[in-house]
Design a protein around this ligand. Structure first.
Ligand code: ATP
Length: 370
């Protein structure tokens, strides 16, 4: 049963294409006015999920509930949704005004009311004065603004965006990103946007759904998804991540990598594993701290292998110093000012501290975290 605050309730939706299952029991809810990003690599099932919510594709199993009503079998025209696709999908023979007015005409409003609404929408998407142009005379960004205006013209309660920015160049994309978010907040419209761009999802969304091979693997705020990735897939897909794969569990909260014992807060399900289990320990490059105090815990002794200048920081590849074996390289993002002050250079020896609360542990089995 949905609570009044929940606008969209997707319940165990699966989609088969012949013998291939593109979506596997995906469930999530969107509160009224929430901006949700569906994030994942190409082919993971994002568009299929959006199309099932829209009613453009019928799910094989599961239900789509909108405002407490089961719309699973209703066509798109009866779901009160506005949709914007990656490829603007404007009518090329109609002007921007006519494109925007298209959906309004079927609402039996007076000509004057329609004109007034179109003016309002052109203003809203920053296209005042361009209404008489045909799509071919508009830039990609402008065409996408028209598509957005057309989608919200009929005041839908749910806005569905399928990679709306991916066909645009980087600068326009950045600008429209902010504009869409502001517009969405101003209208308070519940929105689900599909993207494969992690930065887009992190900056725009209230909540991110990460999809991996048709399965929802994490549902959380941008900070939760970035700081506490539920699986190695999420950890590797969003942002940069070091994976230390030669780790072994000693006891709850303690893991060995080579000769170094690490204490770890967030065990992420691996607390249940028996001692001696092989695990992977993950830490983001920006969390690897240069440290000269030998009494610190979670200290690794390393040698600088390579340095890459990135303006405000250096990305430094560090080789762990061990008496046996061939340890993996660890990457650290170190502020340029620190590099200058400490005189860090290739082949320098460096001790780094891995903060106990920034380490994540993953079991060898992927399923353990999902
Ligand atoms: P992209 O970012 O590349 O658009 P996506 O995550 O949106 O990818 P989907 O378009 O949802 O992925 O496709 C998910 C999987 O389902 C893919 O493997 C795709 O080949 C398959 N698929 C999608 N539509 C069909 C179809 N009509 N018939 C058969 N397979 C399909």
């Amino acid at each position: 049963m949905s609570t009044p605050d929940i606008y969209l309730d997707v319940q165990s939706v699966s989609k088969d294409f012949g013998r291939f299952t593109a979506l596997k029991e995906v469930s999530f809810q969107a509160r009224r006015g929430e901006f949700i990003c569906v994030l994942g690599p190409s082919g993971c099932g994002k568009t299929t999920l959006l199309r099932a919510v829209a009613g453009l594709e019928k799910q094989t199993r599961g239900h789509v509930i909108i405002e407490g009503r089961d719309v699973s079998s209703l066509p798109v025209s009866r779901r009160n949704v506005g949709i914007v696709f990656q490829s603007y999908a404007l009518f090329p023979n109609l002007t921007a005004r006519q494109n925007i007015a298209y959906g309004l005409k079927s609402q039996r409003q007076s000509r004057q009311a329609i004109q007034q609404r179109v003016d309002e929408l052109l203003d809203l998407v920053g296209l005042r004065g361009m209404g008489r142009r045909h799509p071919a005379k508009l830039s990609g960004g402008q065409q996408q603004r028209v598509a957005l205006a057309r989608a919200i013209a009929v005041s839908p309660h749910l806005l569905l965006l399928d990679e709306p920015l991916s066909a645009l160049d980087a600068k326009v994309r950045l600008m429209l990103r902010g504009e869409i978010r502001q517009l969405q907040q101003r209208l308070g419209i519940t929105t689900v946007m599909v993207t494969h761009d992690q930065e887009e999802a992190l900056t725009m969304a209230d909540r991110i759904l990460v999809i991996d091979q048709g399965r929802l693997v994490q549902d959380g705020t941008p900070r939760q998804v970035y700081d506490k990735p539920a699986t190695p897939f999420v950890a590797g897909f969003i942002g940069a991540m070091n994976f230390i794969e030669d780790a072994r569990k000693i006891e709850a909260g303690f893991y060995d990598i080579g000769e170094t014992r690490l204490s770890v807060h967030s065990e992420n399900g691996t607390g249940q594993l028996p001692s001696g289990s092989r695990v992977t320990i993950a830490i983001r490059p920006e969390d690897v701290m240069i440290q000269h105090d030998p009494s610190m815990s979670n200290l690794l002794h390393t040698r600088v292998e390579a340095m890459e200048y990135r303006g405000s920081l250096f990305r430094i590849d560090l080789k762990r110093q061990v008496s046996f074996g061939n340890p993996a390289t660890i990457r650290a993002d170190v502020p340029s000012e620190t590099v200058r002050r400490l005189g860090i250079a290739p082949q320098s020896t460096l001790s780094v501290h891995l903060p106990v609360d920034r380490l994540r542990v993953y079991g060898a089995e992927r399923d353990l975290q999902s």
